[in-house]
Ligand binder design. Sequence first.
Ligand code: PLP
Length: 402
Amino acid sequence: TSFFSSAPRIPKDAIFALTAQYKSDTSPVKVNLGQGAYRDNAALPWILPSVAEARERISNHKLDHEYLPILGLPEFRQAACKLAIGPTKFGSVASRIASCQSLSGTGGLHLAGSLIKACSSLKPQVWIPEPTWSNHHLVFSSLGFECRSFQYYDFERKRIDMNAYKKMLQNAEPHSIVILHACAHNPTGCDPTKDQWQEIGRIMKERQLFPLLDAAYLGFNSGSIDDDAYAIRYFINDLGMEASVSMSFAKNMGLYGERVGCTFVVTQNAEIAENTESVMERLQRSEVSNPPAYGAKIASMILNDAKLTEMWYADLITMCSRIREMRHALYNLLVENGAPGDWTHVTSQSGMFSFLGLPRDIVIKLKEQYHIYMAENSRISLAGLNTSNVAYVAKAISECIR
Ligand code: PLP
């Protein structure tokens, strides 16, 4: 007998499998629009100048490889929470925060889920938008939560389905958890407007629903942290709600592989926060022991040094501007090529992705005949476009759907 002889065969993660297919494609015209990782105009990974500068300072400063504390680098956690809450309100909220450095955004979501399970005997349902980042279901179902989907996107009108959203909020069991993409909704690129966030927030407060904010793209969406943190700050600072926020520095600092994240919860008072943080520490001890140090040191140096923070803000603008230029170029070229249909959603969406709305057979045709790789649901990472390939991509899409 063996523990493993009846292990099921799980298919590979679709996006990572697509990247592997792309890598083994020998065509010189191939384009990877699958994985959501920033690329510069030469299709290369980009090391942010602020990160390069922080790296240099760290290595000149006797970089050692000691363990971090179990909860992570204290000055990084503090600076990350302050970034999310905003400098003006941070002072009044800080004592009610329990925070922990996490294994990027994914580890942070997992930690938030584990924390709720460890602290409460309630067995809340987790409401997840449809569509969403595919890992949401995996993270919360692997923790034993009952995951429920609600219709987030109106596929026909290519915008948020607020009626379905509100209906879910009105009918969800009290104390349910609602997964909220803080900004740059993946995959649709459609975020609630400020008015819509207020509506969502008010209903959630009234119905005692718990906001679990996935903040994977702060500053990467609009180029402004303040704009991108609107929802977080509305729930916490304006509505005074308990909430959990899982921040990732993968995209906004380009620290993908370094696994830099911070998860925090805002509780009702300082004593509850201290207790909650002690539970986080225990959970972290059993799963991670000590979070990775190098990326957290880089992020901390950037967030705690005024000059580096300014450099980072400029880097965010560089990334957002290039992505925005690619949105507009793709839109203009689709129209110029006479691609049938209305493409205004390409420019009205925001964030790293465009949710094109192509049928699956077209997505397959683009891959097989044109060597253009995108997620099956026709989500494209705009970072995969550049001035050398956007015309080819627009022409290929136009030809395929004509
Ligand atoms: N949440 C969303 C919506 C994402 O798109 C991603 C990454 O693609 C993440 C969380 C987490 O990413 P990471 O674990 O690399 O920080």
